[in-house]
Each structure stands twice: as structure tokens, then as C-alpha cells.
Ligand binder design. Structure first.
Ligand code: PHE
Length: 362
């Protein structure tokens, strides 16, 4: 029995992985194991034999079990140490390069607009992109039969709302004028940037595009306030005084009088660059930037205000076009392709937050 013990302990000590150790355990203590076989002989022994030999067998089993357990613990500790060593991270190494998101030029320009207009005392208002035809058309003095409804290439939904109004994707941000006046009354000083939709698609039109609406309602507001506000806004936005605007008489059902605002651009190597004027003799042209005018008394009344008491101006401006002009982007369609290379090239860092003190441009 001493010999068995010696051999067993030597084999256990020499087992250098858990599988080898388990094989040893089975050989000694498993059902068919040699020590298990010795234990089975106890039954046939006389009480005296059991006294002497029996105890020796039990001691042998104890010694071998203890050796198995301690070797097992040793091997497990060694395995854990090896694993920990393998998983060690060197925190002093520089982080590997990884893809970063970027701020889309449209989002960046919206932030710039909010910053500029906040400085002029304007709040930012929003409205739903799924509108009803009352807010999008009727309240804006575009009745059912008005040809302007057809001009808007509207996306209609099949179902009407609970009040029987046709539902549609808003064709402009002007319904936010109505919603703001209805909700807050007067005076009003807001801009409303957001998505707008028209069934129109070519090199310069996408079915979804962005506008920013402006609305001021107060007592004694006149066209001079409109012109000053637009000039101040565009100079701040393009960060230059070298900007030549033209107010062109126009027509919108919801403003009277109405004016479209064009800006003069120079052509540099085929690219439209802001600045210069029609009299400097250089290549250039007018680019239509926005529609504007004095809010029609019918619109003020439709929103529940007294047009004898309250007047105001409004404007609506394409944001995508502002972004293209300011940041030298040629193709409108690329705005909405989600191409990572384009986003990386034209996108902005999340840390480039526009502020008047730090600079409006990224
Ligand atoms: N809603 C008009 C458009 O989409 C723009 C506009 C807004 C014109 C406000 C006048 C006043 O074309």
C-alpha cells in the first residue's frame, strides 16, 4: 500500500494539466480505480483485519484525495495567472484610430441660424412634418381651389384626420407660423427650421429638403424691419459685409406685399462664391435665397389675432442652399446619400459649436 501511495503521489505531482490530473483521479478513485478496488475488499475482512488494513486503506484514500485536491488548486491558479497575463492591457499605448461620426452640414447650418437669431431675440419653434391641409394651406390664405396648392407638388396621405382635414407632408415651414400664433398669441419672434417635402426631384431639388421660417408679429412692424433683419442675418451667416442683396417684388398668398431675396455670387473656376456685385464687371449671377413679405391680415386673423392691432413679417429660406453656398458644396443630392466619404469630407466636428463670440462658421 505504501508503494501504491508513493506511485500515486508521484503521478499526481507530475500531472501538469487538469486533464492529466483527472485521468490520474479516475485510475485511483474512479469506479474501476485501484484504490476503489481496495476499498471493496473491506466487506470480506474480519473485524481485526478491518482494524489494521482497513484504516491503512482509508488513510491511503485520504492522502491521494488530498494530493489530488491540492494539485488541482495549483493547476487552476496557474491557469488563471496565465489568462490574466494574456489579457493584460497596456493603458499607456495610444488608442487605435476609429471611425467618428460628424455633424451634417444641414445640422451645422441650423445651429448657426439658431445662434444668429437668438442674438436678435428670436426663439426656435417647431411643428409636425405630418401636417393637415388647414395649417399648411387654408390658414395661410391658400383655399382649396387656389392654384398655389397645385404648385406645391404635395405628398398627400390617404386618410384624413379626425376633423376631416386632409393629411400631408408639410410643403414648407410656414404652417409653424400658424401654430405659433395660435399657441402663444402675440407678440412673436421665432425661427422654425426643419424638414419639408415636395414631390420634386432633379439636380437641384430633392423630395425632402430643409427650410427655416422666420416670423415676427408685433405692433408697428413694417417692411424696413424685414429688410434690416434679413441683411443682418445674411451678413452674420456669411460672415462678410461683401454681400449684395436684391429684394424682388413677388407673390405669396400669405404675405402682402411679398419680396423674394436674391444674393449676388461670383463665378470662380466654375464655382459659385458669395460676394461682389453686378457692377464690378466680373462673372456672376443672382441666386434666389428666400421668400418673404408682410404677413397677410387674413393669416393673422386665421390664427386668431386681430390684424388691426398686430402686424408682422415672415420669411422662408432654403437651408440646403445656404449650406451649399457657404461651404462650397456643389451637388444637393449628395446631402442625402449617406456616403461616409462625403460626410467625412463635408461634416463638422461635434466640438465645432457655432457661437457669436467664437465664430459662426466651423
Ligand atoms: N413658404 C414659402 C415657400 O416655401 C416661403 C415664404 C415664407 C414666403 C414666408 C413668404 C413668407 O416658398
Amino acid at each position: 500500500m505504501e508503494q501504491v501511495q508513493e506511485l500515486a503521489l508521484a503521478r499526481i505531482a507530475a500531472s501538469d494539466d487538469l486533464a492529466a490530473l483527472e485521468a490520474a483521479r479516475i485510475d485511483y478513485l474512479g469506479k474501476q480505480g485501484s484504490i476503489s478496488a481496495l476499498l471493496k475488499t473491506l466487506g470480506a475482512m474480519t473485524p481485526e483485519q478491518r482494524q489494521s488494513e482497513g484504516r491503512a486503506i482509508h488513510e491511503l484514500r485520504e492522502a491521494v484525495s488530498a494530493a489530488l485536491a491540492s494539485r488541482k488548486a495549483e493547476l487552476e491558479n496557474a491557469a488563471l495567472d496565465a489568462q490574466l497575463a494574456g489579457e493584460r492591457l497596456d493603458m499607456s499605448l495610444p488608442a487605435p484610430p476609429r471611425l467618428e461620426g460628424s455633424i451634417h452640414p444641414v445640422s451645422q447650418v441650423m445651429d448657426e441660424l439658431a445662434e444668429i437669431f437668438a442674438d436678435l431675440g428670436f426663439a426656435v419653434a417647431t411643428g409636425p412634418e405630418i401636417e393637415d391641409d388647414w395649417h399648411n394651406f387654408t390658414a395661410l390664405n391658400i383655399p382649396e381651389t387656389h392654384p398655389a396648392r397645385a404648385m406645391h407638388d404635395t405628398f398627400y396621405f390617404d386618410r384624413a384626420d379626425a376633423g376631416g382635414h386632409k393629411m400631408l407632408l408639410r410643403t414648407h415651414t410656414s404652417p409653424v407660423q400658424i401654430r405659433t400664433m395660435v399657441a402663444d398669441g402675440a407678440p412673436v419672434r421665432i425661427i422654425a427650421p426643419g424638414r419639408t417635402y415636395r414631390s420634386d426631384s432633379d439636380a437641384t431639388h430633392t423630395p425632402m429638403f430643409h427650410q427655416v421660417e422666420g416670423l415676427v408679429i408685433d405692433r408697428g412692424i413694417h417692411m424696413g424691419h424685414l429688410k434690416w433683419t434679413l441683411e443682418t442675418f445674411l451678413k452674420a451667416f456669411f460672415e462678410t459685409d461683401d454681400i449684395h442683396l436684391r429684394l424682388r417684388p413677388s407673390y405669396f398668398p400669405f404675405t402682402e406685399p411679398s419680396a423674394e431675396v436674391d444674393v449676388w455670387y461670383r463665378l470662380e473656376k466654375g464655382r459659385r462664391v458669395l460676394g461682389g456685385s453686378p457692377d464690378d464687371g466680373k462673372d456672376g449671377g443672382w441666386m434666389e435665397l428666400l421668400g418673404s413679405g408682410m404677413v397677410h391680415p387674413k393669416v393673422i386673423a386665421a390664427a386668431g389675432l386681430d390684424p388691426q392691432e398686430w402686424q408682422g413679417f415672415a420669411f422662408g429660406c432654403g437651408i440646403d442652399r445656404l449650406a451649399m453656398l457657404k461651404y462650397g458644396i456643389d451637388d444637393l443630392r449628395a446631402f442625402f446619400d449617406g456616403d461616409l466619404r462625403w460626410l467625412k469630407h463635408y461634416g463638422f466636428s461635434a466640438l465645432d459649436v457655432p457661437t457669436l463670440s467664437g465664430g459662426i462658421s466651423a
